[in-house]
Design a binder for this molecule. Structure first.
Ligand code: GTQ
Length: 349
């Protein structure tokens, strides 16, 4: 926790301090060690949200709040350390969004980047600039900055997904902006590029049938990613972590400029080595049961749970099952930190 900032030097004459105030000036020497602390401090705290406790309130929101009123029916994961901000860490936003069969969430675009990780239900879709992206449990869909997107639902059961955005980061630049909503558009395609052009690792289309936006892939089906993790786990040495990074297949770099994503496979009984990074992020349980130590806190988890890790906290995961794998999805602000020269990581030996 940051100590309060002191903007007045009690040793100075009161008239001098009042004069500085009138000139919109302040002494640095009373505040320097708060602005630049000698160890890394974070107001965000480690926290877990249980799926078992979030699901009912989401279904209740769907009963209580019409979508044409809400536009986006989202319950926001607020970090208890951040004073009620709409933020899961200092830079990241996380929320759970629910849509019912037949509903349509209108189209808009905005400067923050967004991703979705589908938690429950089938038959919904997100349209990103006219490209229809099916939403199946575990799928990742991105909506890059300023790309039009809306959400629809052709299935028969509620669909819930996790939204991750860089809203707090973009707001810190005072660069957050969204267009007015307009009615959801009929998709121009029936499928996205993950289903025709990016179906195998290591090969990319010589010419795409999709518009060149700099974001050639906007959906990563979980069936594909899970198969890749499973194969990697079967071949990996016991002490090698099994983690895949989601990338832009055209460049091999992060799919969004500010938000990175990974999927981790924890073998039965596996415990990872503790790591800490200057990035903050959210872990989401796609399958399995386990526990994570984040700093001094230990959280058990199961499918659908979310755990937030503030920056520079030691992170260690354990699969508590002796027979089944566990899969974690993770999103973080690593690309933003790297771009700004602030990236650092350590592994405990
Ligand atoms: O689906 O467009 O959770 O604009 C927050 C802001 C979701 C969305 C959120 C958004 C959206």
């Amino acid at each position: 926790m940051n100590p309060a900032m002191t903007t007045r030097d009690a040793n100075l004459p009161a008239e001098y301090s009042a004069g500085l105030d009138r000139l919109s000036l302040a002494p640095l020497w009373t505040a320097l060690h708060v602005l630049l602390p000698q160890e890394r401090v974070t107001e965000a705290v480690p926290h877990r949200w249980r799926w078992a406790e979030m699901r009912e309130p989401l279904l209740e929101a769907a009963r209580l709040v019409p979508l044409d009123q809400a536009e986006r029916r989202v319950l926001v994961l607020r970090n208890p350390g951040l004073g009620g901000a709409y933020a899961v860490t200092a830079t990241l936003f996380a929320g759970l969004q629910i849509i019912l069969p037949g509903e349509a969430a209108p189209s808009h675009h905005h400067t923050p980047a967004a991703l979705r990780l589908i938690v429950e239900g089938r038959g919904a879709f997100t349209t990103v600039d006219g490209v229809k992206c099916a939403m199946e449990p575990g799928d990742l869909i991105i909506t890059p900055p300023m790309r039009w997107h809306d959400h629809g639902h052709e299935g028969s059961e509620p669909v819930i997904w996790l939204d991750g955005l860089d809203i707090p980061l973009v707001r810190s630049f005072e660069a957050a902006w969204a267009s007015k909503m307009r009615p959801a558009v009929v998709p121009a395609t029936a499928i996205d590029s993950s289903q025709d052009e990016f179906t195998a690792a290591g090969v990319v289309p010589r010419a795409s049938r999709y518009e060149d936006t700099g974001y050639p892939q906007v959906r990563w089906p979980w069936t594909t990613v899970r198969r890749a993790l499973e194969a990697m786990a079967a071949a990996a040495q016991a002490d090698q972590p099994v983690v895949l990074r989601y990338v832009n297949p055209g460049t091999g770099t992060f799919p969004l400029r500010t938000i990175g994503s990974e999927a981790q496979w924890l073998r039965p009984g596996e415990a990872t080595r503790a790591e800490r990074r200057t990035a903050s992020g959210v872990f989401h349980v796609i399958e399995g049961q386990g526990e994570s130590r984040i700093g001094d806190e230990v959280f058990t988890w199961e499918r659908g749970d979310c755990v937030v890790a503030p920056p520079w906290h030691w992170i260690q995961h354990k699969n508590l099952s002796r027979s089944a794998p566990a899969c974690l999805f993770h999103f973080n602000d690593e690309p933003a930190l790297r771009a700004l020269g602030l990236w650092q990581e350590e592994t405990r030996s």
